[in-house]
Write a protein that binds this ligand. Structure first.
Ligand code: TYD
Length: 170
């Protein structure tokens, strides 16, 4: 099978609960490699685009607040973003991450171990992982610039950033 890339976000609750090490140890079981990593404070627009498929849900605004860290406060108003890469990466990572609803997730998965349902009903499920190849490409391009990845995943074009030569997605 061809190699795939997938986006993983450690959400603000994962940071507040000091779970970065635990999450990365679990993901290392996949034997995938990390080809991009950054800490990000996404603006509202980026998060709205990230979750655009849920824009009509009643919990959408709360979900955007959650990923922006507004529910967890400073210094957890950020996420850690990773691109994992290798054979069957999307399915492998989703299996380790577990089901969206932490109560339905297998107890040994990341969401099953550490997630919870908030009083508001929103799933506080610690991590994001891309669900299919089209979403993975869309999400990786949203969270990373071409030169922040050590593998050339998708076509890129030259551009200027602060008058310096840089790369953007083609
Ligand atoms: P979704 O993209 O459907 O799932 P996943 O994150 O597993 O790809 O939903 C995005 C996030 O929205 C999800 O991680 C948690 C939140 N969410 C809820 O809080 N309640 C819900 O009923 C759903 C479907 C999602």
């Amino acid at each position: 099978m061809q190699k795939q890339a997938t986006l993983v976000l450690i959400k603000p609750d994962g940071l507040k609960k000091s779970l970065t090490g635990n999450i990365m140890s679990k993901l290392a079981e996949s034997k995938l490699v990390i080809i991009g990593a950054r800490v990000a404070r996404p603006d509202r627009k980026l998060v709205e685009i990230h979750y655009q498929h849920l824009k009509d849900k009643p919990f959408f605004s709360g979900l955007v607040d959650y990923l922006q860290g507004k529910l967890h406060g400073e210094p957890y108003d950020r996420v850690l973003a990773f691109v994992y890469y290798g054979e069957n990466a999307i399915e492998k990572v989703r299996k380790i991450v577990g089901a969206t609803n932490p109560e339905e997730a297998e107890p040994t998965t990341i969401r099953g171990s550490y997630g919870r349902i908030m009083t508001s009903g929103l799933f506080e499920n610690v991590v994001h992982a891309s669900s299919d190849p089209a979403d993975a490409e869309r999400e990786i391009k949203l969270w990373f610039k071409p030169d922040e990845l050590v593998v050339d995943l998708y076509p890129a074009k030259p551009c200027a950033h602060n008058n310096q030569p840089a790369l953007d997605w083609a």
